[in-house]
Design a protein around this ligand. Structure first.
Ligand SMILES: *Cc1c(COP(=O)(O)O)cnc(C)c1O
Length: 355
């Protein structure tokens, strides 16, 4: 059994893998891979997936849930187009690679972006908190968890504007108040399911209000919500597995229980990083992510030996993103605390050997 600390696509519960595998061979007599998306059995899957998202996150009345394709990357374009109003201006926080991507794509579709806060000056190792927002903005966009750098918002950014959030890498990891947002989007493959589905949670008031002259049908959220995520062929298998994962989540205490577990996993690993003389955490302590824990060796010359040690313990997916180096332990919902303990034991043992 491997301990998968990969950043995404990532670990899902073993029983979800098992059920997904079974459905490839037999989903009510057909394979889930060949069933029509219009068949009542799949329509029921889509309905249940949407319903389970609403249950898991206590989505209030007046909000809709949709499953699209294109990943969070297409989401950068979709949210900018759908949130564009008279001003065609928006405030964005730049907290790393994905936030920068969102800014770039918003500009491409004609949003005049004001980057109101950025941590680029220090290589994105903190969350900017003191910023002011100029008047005349249509919406405010931020990235709740910065998967590559290992920073996370532990409070909402201060703004009264309609709030839009890329929650790709921490959705379902903790309780959130959906009513704080006008639009939430997330690629499935960090905590929800396999790659291929992208989740949108949108306030109904937002739909159909875009002032963009350019609005291809696929990019119009109103179309997807009205067609109940069946505007075109949805990512059938990805939605099916996300549905299985959501069932598993709700059967195991929901996001509330996951939050407790995720806090315990983060505390365990950060305590080791802070007490182990060979390692240091790479981001501001108060902004540390509970999903993606980034750390480095003080002495890079020990890297080869450390890499051998964690690989020998069955750990995979630990190298940091190619743009930052070091190590990144991604600890999504399905990663058991026992796997974190294995990593901590490897680090302790390595410190003893290199004392
Ligand atoms: C992974 C990730 C993305 C990119 O997602 P794709 O589904 O590959 O487009 C965007 N934002 C965040 C925060 C991510 O973690």
């Amino acid at each position: 059994m491997k301990h998968n600390f990969g950043a995404g696509p990532c670990i899902l519960p073993q029983n979800v893998f098992k059920q997904a595998a079974d459905a490839v061979l037999d989903f009510n007599g057909l394979s889930i891979l060949e069933v029509s998306h219009r068949h009542k059995d799949f329509v029921a899957v889509m309905d249940e997936a949407i319903d389970l998202v609403k249950k898991a996150l206590n989505v209030p009345a007046g909000y809709s849930v949709g499953f699209l394709q294109g990943g969070a990357t297409l989401g950068f374009t979709i949210v900018a187009l759908n949130m564009m109003r008279e001003n065609k201006k928006a405030a964005y926080l730049n907290t790393g690679t994905w936030a920068s991507g969102a800014i770039k794509e918003a500009k491409k579709v004609g949003v005049d972006v004001a980057v109101v806060g950025s941590s680029e000056d220090k290589g994105f190792i903190y969350i900017p908190k003191d910023f002011s927002v100029p008047a005349g903005m249509d919406f405010f966009h931020y990235t709740s968890n910065n998967t590559i750098y290992g920073t996370q918002f532990h409070a909402l950014p201060k703004t009264d504007l309609p709030l839009v959030c890329d929650m790709s890498s921490d959705i379902f990891s903790k309780e959130i108040n959906v009513a704080d947002y006008d639009l939430i989007y997330a690629g499935a493959q960090k905590n929800l399911g396999p790659a291929g589905a992208t989740l949108y949670i949108v306030k109904d008031e937002v739909l159909g209000k875009s002032t963009s002259p350019f609005m291809p049908t696929y990019l119009d959220l109103k179309q997807h919500i009205e067609k109940e995520s069946m505007l075109n062929t949805p990512p059938v298998f990805a939605v099916y597995v996300a549905m299985l994962n959501l069932r598993d989540l709700l059967a195991n205490g929901g996001v509330k229980a996951k939050e407790v577990e995720n806090n315990a996993k983060a505390a365990l690993l950060y305590n080791e990083i802070d007490s182990n003389p060979l390692f240091f955490g790479t981001v501001a302590t108060e902004d540390r992510s509970k999903m993606n824990v980034t750390f480095k060796l003080h002495n890079e010359a020990l890297a080869e030996e450390f890499d051998k040690a964690w690989k020998a313990a069955g750990i995979v997916g630990l190298p940091g993103h190619r743009s930052v180096g070091g190590y990144r332990a991604s600890m999504y919902n399905a990663l058991p605390i026992e796997s974190v303990q294995v990593l901590v034991d490897v680090m302790k043992d390595f410190a003893t050997k290199n004392a």
